[in-house]
Design a protein around this ligand. Structure first.
Ligand code: AMP
Length: 591
């Protein structure tokens, strides 16, 4: 099927950026060669003209801070002197404009996508903060163009986050707050969704408030608690890094010990931090978001009770205290169903998918995330409903008994993308009894039906007796953990070659069995009628088939070739068989 050229979804963040694309109906974020999806928004411009982007540039910052550009987003679209934020580098001295700095990050993201997708891409959707004005949006667009990308749309970050949270599938009009607390900035946006269109009603925030402030405050506390002196910049950098690590650990644990060996000459720093210590330090900073939230609600003309959902975005919203404060501000539990680092990026990808036509149905849960089928003879997966089918849907197939005198057919309902049944997941099984008969005599119709709620019903009907056997499988047909889906799809790609070989092998093996049986019977029937050397040729070809069948290594191609040779060698025998059958028929007629 020909698809339109892909459109990338890009979250061009202050600290980190993400790139993704809709692949086979799924929004996915792409990883770089190291397997990382988050790319630090950092660019190092070496004196020799070499440009490094991402984690490698962050490493350069320690050695070469004046040539390492970070947080360039804070500078974009601002006139000279307008920005209150002062970086350690001088962009002008490096011969770059903020748009050019951003373009280098975008070029890197484009390259990540191109190598992951193995195709060139030239179109993108890029997200910007809701408060970005026209000049800032245009500069971002220009950055995309400098990177060789046609920017199909600039999307507000909270809108993207709301898209990723799947709120688009709610039919009624909804009002949502997106609370975004990252490393350096805080944004609150109130959105209204009407007929699938998001409108930002109000935004507020603080461009100087984020996780970094908490790190600094905690670093000071740790130093005071250690009673050690600190005077160098290197010590300061070590403390900040240790404080950030402790802060992150304390999101999941109740206490953490910061250890910095040889902090001051031979003295080691060792300080135990309780989560309650961190909370006391962070509380006044996080409290500052309350005012902005109130202000945004006021501007939108709403009260907290008018909201339908509060969405958390940004790495700092992983802190339990932040969640607690948000709950207190809005009087409801925030929605934490998504990865706060990836929500904006995923939303950008979804928007890109809608634009490119790769995502026709934005209601993501309304498609089957993985294929559904049953196991067939030889242990193969037979797909009945392919992945990404929109639900409700219904499909079926007719099956027969593969061996004579089979008493029943066991139907194993499978989910997955692998060629062999054993590599897919079994959702359930049913046994369909039927009267014994020769091979191919039974007729069992199997029908899969998924209703609008994602419930799969498997119906097996013995057409001879018209008896139905029904199996109902709750939500599992549609409700699969995203990670598991991604893993299954990735494995189906990784093992595509082996799986295909195994499928062809199994099919060839079944063919070999049939052929050998037919050849043995024919030789018996035509004994004495076929010349000796012809018989010898057939026996050699048959034994070659048996040899390949028994080989430990499943060489599907060799088996197919051996089958073909046997088939060729029996041409004369086949003609003889037909002649004999005709003679017999003629005799019967004449007598
Ligand atoms: P962002 O700008 O959205 O990438 O957010 C980055 C900020 O999130 C940094 O200040 C991180 O220290 C902070 N962060 C990331 N993970 C956690 C965590 N598990 N607990 C607390 N803060 C975190």
């Amino acid at each position: 099927m020909a698809t339109a050229s892909p459109i990338l979804g890009i979250d061009l963040g202050t600290t980190n950026s993400l790139v993704g694309v809709v692949d086979s109906g799924f929004p996915i974020l792409l990883a770089d060669a190291d397997g990382a999806r988050l790319t630090p928004s950092a660019v190092h411009y070496a004196a020799d003209g070499c440009v490094t982007v991402g984690a490698a540039a962050v490493r350069q910052r320690a050695i070469d801070p004046t040539r390492t550009v970070t947080s360039v987003k804070r500078l974009i679209g601002r006139r000279a002197g307008e920005a209150e934020w002062k970086p350690a580098y001088d962009l002008k001295a490096l011969g770059k404009s903020p748009a050019e700095g951003s373009a280098d990050i975008l070029k890197h993201l484009k390259a990540i996508a191109e190598s992951a997708l193995e195709t060139e891409v030239s179109r993108a959707v890029i997200t910007v903060p809701a408060y970005f004005n026209d000049a800032q949006r245009n500069e971002t667009k220009r950055a995309g163009e400098l990177a060789g990308l046609t920017v199909e749309r600039i999307v507000s970050e909270p809108t993207a986050a709301a898209l990723a949270y799947g709120l688009d599938k709610l039919e009624e009009n909804k009002k949502i707050a997106v609370y975004d607390l990252g490393g350096g900035t805080f944004d609150i946006s109130i959105l209204e969704m009407r007929d699938g269109v998001f409108q930002v009603l109000a935004t507020a925030g603080d461009t100087q408030l984020g996780g970094d402030d908490i790190d600094r405050a905690l670093a000071d506390w740790i130093l005071r608690a250690s009673a050690l002196p600190s005077d160098s910049a290197i010590q300061h950098a070590r403390l900040i890094a240790a404080a950030e690590e402790a802060k992150k650990k304390l999101s999941a644990e109740a206490e953490f010990t910061v250890e910095l060996p040889f902090f001051q000459d031979t003295a080691n720093l060792s300080v135990r931090v309780q989560r309650s210590d961190l909370d006391a330090i962070a509380q006044p900073l996080i409290e500052r978001t309350r005012l902005h939230c109130r202000r945004a609600l006021l501007d939108a003309g709403l009260s907290a009770a008018d909201l339908d959902d509060v969405i958390l975005v940004g790495g700092s919203t992983r802190m339990p205290l932040v969640r607690q404060v948000v709950q207190d501000i809005f009087g409801r539990e925030p929605n934490v169903s998504q990865n706060p680092d990836e929500a904006v990026g995923l939303g950008a990808v979804i928007q890109a998918g809608i634009l490119s036509g790769a995502l026709r149905n934005v209601v993501l849960l309304d498609v089957t995330p993985l294929s559904l089928g049953i196991e067939t003879f030889g242990g193969l997966m037979n797909i009945i409903i392919p992945r990404n089918s929109t639900i409700p849907c219904r499909a079926g197939e007719m099956f027969t008994n593969a061996v004579a005198n089979q008493q029943e057919m066991l139907i194993r309902v499978l989910q997955g993308e692998r060629e062999l049944a054993k590599d897919n997941w079994e959702l359930g099984r049913i046994a369909v009894p039927f009267p014994p008969g020769p091979k191919g005599s039974a007729r069992v119709g199997v029908q899969f039906a998924i209703d609008a709620n994602g419930i799969l019903q498997v119906l097996a009907r013995d057409t001879a007796t018209n008896t139905d056997t029904i199996l109902e499988i709750q939500n599992s047909a549609v409700d699969v953990d995203d990670e598991k889906v991604e893993k299954m799809i990735a494995e189906s790609v990784d093992f595509a070659f082996e799986d295909m070989n195994e499928r062809i092998w199994t099919e060839a093996h079944l063919k070999s069995e049939e052929l050998l049986k037919a050849v043995d019977e024919a030789l018996e029937q035509c004994a004495g009628l076929v010349p000796e050397d012809e018989v010898e040729k057939i026996k050699v070809a048959a034994s070659e088939v048996r040899n390949v069948m028994q080989a430990e290594l499943h060489d599907a191609r060799a088996l197919k070739a051996a089958n073909q040779l046997l088939d060729d060698a029996t041409q004369q025998l086949a003609v003889l068989l037909v002649e004999r059958a005709m003679e017999a028929a003629l005799e019967r007629k004449l007598s």
